[in-house]
Design a protein around this ligand. Structure first.
Ligand code: CA
Length: 358
């Protein structure tokens, strides 16, 4: 699907006099990118748009990214397969969507009780995370790069307050991924429902609770109109999206364009983290203002204790099933422990101080 543009007639005319390097420097490339998101999807879609704009500007138009949203390719959860097959050169999605195909892809989005965004980015770029991610994607002829972070996600909208573990028994909740499995261990009936149907499902009591992202993206779906209890998060403390790249497409790019890609992906990932912070703050201010019914809640201790134990059990099972999973879990756990010890005396200490003085 790569469209390599034909050298212009003018360039051809002088081609005999320019070196091969110069010819390569004139060559133009277009990479086609399939994203999981619908058209003009806020924040996630802004990330791919900014990435494409930056690549085009930095390469002086030598490299273009053409984005197809889900309405075009019709396979929001088919991005892994399409990029692997070379049907698209690139994808923008979330690694944990592929856990049914390749269980080890689960670990590169966000883990319940896992690292926060600064810790996880440090792990990716300085603590060996990128190398482990490449090891998982390499057999599938793909490269994967961090693609933008939501920050700590909210724990979800509940129509009834959760006062004990008992209140979770049989509760029907939209919550995907590993967190859904953890919830299942403590008695919840987790389900995954497409975003477009979530509001109706909650309104009609098809589900009792719904987890989506955070104020900015939740507000659009209208949950605040029908659920009063908004729980704080534990399950996705640093949800990282991903750029997927077909290895053959990547290797056709000259080294300078690969570097432009690397820098643009890294910059757009960071942009998404700060856009998330900004948009969530704005949206939370408006929810507080317009929906006084909404109360922020934290799950009670017995719920957290049970979920923490269930999470540990599931991680042990995953590690027993796959050496690669065991290696990733060990790397993440060790990194989190060391990194958190510093977070505790820096960010946490500062926020605790502020909570006391303000
Ligand atoms: Ca979520």
């Amino acid at each position: 699907m790569k469209i390599r543009s034909v050298l212009s007639a003018a360039v051809l005319a002088v081609a005999t006099t320019v070196s091969a390097t110069q010819a390569l420097a004139q060559e133009r490339f277009t990479l086609r990118l399939a994203e999981t998101w619908g058209p003009n999807f806020p924040i996630f879609g802004d990330t791919t748009k900014r990435f494409a704009e930056n690549v085009e500007k930095m390469s002086d138009g030598r490299l273009r990214i053409r984005i197809d949203s889900a309405n075009k390719h019709k396979a929001p959860l088919g991005v892994f397969d399409m990029v692997k097959a070379g049907q698209y050169d690139m994808g923008h999605s979330a690694s944990y969507y592929w856990k049914g195909k390749v269980p080890e892809t689960l670990f590169f989005t966000s883990m319940p009780f896992g690292m926060i965004a600064t810790e996880q980015y440090a792990w990716f770029y300085h603590g060996g995370g990128m190398e482990l991610m490449q090891e998982v994607y390499e057999p599938h002829n793909m490269l994967s790069f961090p693609g933008g972070n939501t920050g700590v996600q909210m724990g979800g909208w509940f129509r009834k307050e959760i006062n004990s573990l008992e209140d979770l028994q049989g509760l029907k909740m939209r919550i995907p991924g590993f967190a859904g499995e953890v919830f299942a261990e403590v008695g919840v009936n987790p389900t995954n429902i497409a975003p477009g149907e979530l509001y109706t499902a909650l309104e009609r009591n098809t589900i009792d609770a719904v987890e989506w992202v955070g104020p900015a993206l939740d507000l659009r779906l209208g949950f605040q109109q029908i659920a009063d209890y908004y729980y704080t998060g534990w399950h996705e403390p640093a949800t990282e999206l991903q750029f997927l790249i077909n290895k053959d497409s990547w290797e056709e790019l000259p080294a300078d364009l690969q570097e432009i890609m690397r820098v643009a992906m890294r910059a757009s990932a960071y942009d998404m983290l700060i856009q998330s912070q900004h948009a969530n703050a704005e949206a939370w201010a408006s929810i507080k203002e317009e929906y006084p019914n909404v109360q922020i809640k934290q799950f009670p201790d017995d719920v957290f204790d049970a979920m923490y134990a269930a999470n540990k059990k599931l991680l042990d099972e995953a590690a027993a099933e796959s050496d690669m999973a065991a290696k990733i879990i060990k790397s993440q756990e060790e990194y989190k422990e060391k990194s958190r010890a510093y977070t505790d005396i820096s960010e946490r200490a500062y926020l605790n101080t502020m909570a006391e003085v303000e």
